[in-house]
Write a protein that binds this ligand. Structure first.
Ligand code: TYD
Ligand code: MG
Length: 459
């Protein structure tokens, strides 16, 4: 029998350390090491943690394999279906990750209520009463939705046998435990072991399952990253707690592309899909204000118009000026400030700089660079950009404006919302959208096209 030894495992990255320390040397996370056991071969722990000792199948020629089980079944929640590429695949296990309070339980209760046939909600965190009250508020009270308040894995598996549901939700995987595994609930051994076991049960019954996984502030799935390898699909549910907007993305998807974005709004009556997000993002926009620009961005296949804002504030000498970025990458902002200074002679060295994306969305694509540059210059020169203008393009270190993907899709979305002018990279193809394209190959050309003076005003 293999001997197990005590290790300290990082709950963020899964790395093991012989000794406890405050910081994981593998991924840099703080206070993430927890006690765990490990065999001479780590796979032994997985075995002990729920892998069946019976073989999962027989070898067979590849062309004899029936692939038809892979067809997704629509969930009835359009935004979720578009992220999943059609719906949930029978027998698949999906992990829904997100920070506490973001709306995971709400979304899944709505999913179960929308599903055809009998469904089972395993609540391992909240009481049955709490879930019922929420279901009442969501209009999700249906006699086909079954509820099980349970934390013990064997009981959950037995309930699946009894209820014979067509869809199961386990909320959350971190609070489910298998007494046979010995380790404390929430430990890596427990979370991984229970997930393994649930995956087997899902596959065996050809039953789709969704597991909730809480995410730490740093963004990792609390408990093991290893879970991501165990399941078929990893969805992340994001958003700012103080904004109603929620974004659903696939971080991993065995059955389709991972670049679709689903958008929801948290309302009194639960989560409501937002098919027209651009209108929502621009609803509170005030035109004629310096530092504001509208950027046509792309999330997966989906064009989105978002407002970017910049504010600059002159400082009198000596102090290190503050740079604050919300929704845009801090490093990217610093780089663009340097490019503006060196390539367009716009210096913000003596100014505090604040940049923010409106609506709680994060702009990770370089296509927003040019918009951010123009917003910064608009702010420092106190010159509003034209209200009917959108701006897109990547900015290189030489001050060149570089091409971005799917320009016509972005411009078409801008036209739909009534914009009539666009500053775009020099070699952009012409579009039939009716929008006047102003092509710029350098940052200076783009500033001129936007009617922004080169020299910053003093004060
Ligand atoms: P919840 O689904 O419990 O989040 P999670 O499971 O990710 O922890 O949602 C929590 C928040 O959502 C809570 O602060 C209240 C809010 N909420 C609404 O605004 N409207 C609703 O209809 C519901 C059910 C929740
Ligand atoms: Mg919850």
């Amino acid at each position: 029998m293999a001997k197990l030894r005590l290790v300290h495992r990082c709950s963020d990255c899964g790395a093991t350390h012989p000794k406890w320390s405050g910081k994981c040397t593998a991924c840099g996370a703080w206070n993430s090491l927890i006690e765990d056991v490990e065999g001479p071969d780590d796979s032994l722990v997985s075995l002990a943690a729920g892998m069946a000792l019976v073989p999962a199948g027989e070898p067979a020629p590849i062309d004899s394999i029936d692939a038809s089980i892979g067809a997704p079944v629509a969930t009835g929640i359009a935004e979720l279906d578009s992220v999943l590429g059609g719906g949930l695949v029978p027998g698949s296990v999906t992990l829904l990750g997100g920070e506490p309070g973001i709306g995971k339980s709400t979304l899944l209760l709505q999913l179960l209520a929308a599903a055809q046939g009998k469904t089972l909600y395993v609540t391992a965190e909240e009481s049955a009463q709490q879930v019922r009250l929420r279901a009442e508020r969501l209009g999700a009270l249906k006699d086909s939705l079954w509820l099980l308040p349970e934390m013990s894995l064997p009981h959950i598996v037995r309930a699946i046998d009894d209820v014979q549901p067509t869809l199961v939700v386990v909320d959350s995987i971190q609070t489910v435990a298998d007494p046979e595994l010995g380790s404390t609930p929430g430990s890596v051994v427990q979370v991984r072991g229970c997930a393994h076991r649930l995956v087997q049960e899902a596959k065996r019954r050809n039953l789709p399952m969704v597991l909730v996984g809480h995410v730490t502030k740093e963004g990792g799935l609390a408990g093991p990253r290893v879970l991501e390898h165990v399941v078929d699909t990893v969805l992340s549910f994001e958003g700012e707690r103080h904004h109603a907007l929620r974004l659903l993305r696939a971080a991993k998807h065995r059955f389709g592309p991972t670049n679709e974005l689903g958008l929801f709004e948290m309302t009194e009556a639960g989560l409501v899909g937002v098919p027209d997000a651009s209108s929502l993002f621009l609803a509170d926009r005030r035109t004629g204000v310096p530092g504001s620009v509208v950027v046509p961005t792309l999330e997966g296949q989906r064009p989105l118009l978002v407002e970017l804002q910049a504010l600059t504030n002159p400082l009198s000498g000596g102090v290190q000026p503050r740079r604050s970025a919300q929704g845009v990458d801090h490093g990217r902002l610093s780089m663009l400030l340097a490019v503006l200074e060196r390539r367009a002679r716009v210096s913000l060295a003596q100014h505090e700089v604040y940049a923010s994306v409106v609506g709680g969305i994060k702009l990770n694509e370089p296509g927003a660079d040019l918009g951010l540059c123009l917003a910064l210059v608009s702010a420092i020169t106190n010159t509003p950009l034209p209200a009917d203008l959108v701006v897109c393009g990547e900015v290189g270190l030489a001050g060149e404006v570089r091409q971005v993907g799917h320009i016509s899709r972005r411009i078409t979305e801008a036209a739909r919302l009534g914009f009539t002018r666009a500053i775009v990279p020099g070699n952009s193809p012409d579009t039939q959208s009716g929008i006047k394209l102003q092509k710029a190959t350098t940052l200076s050309e783009a500033l001129a096209a936007a009617g922004l003076a080169h020299e910053p005003s003093k004060g």
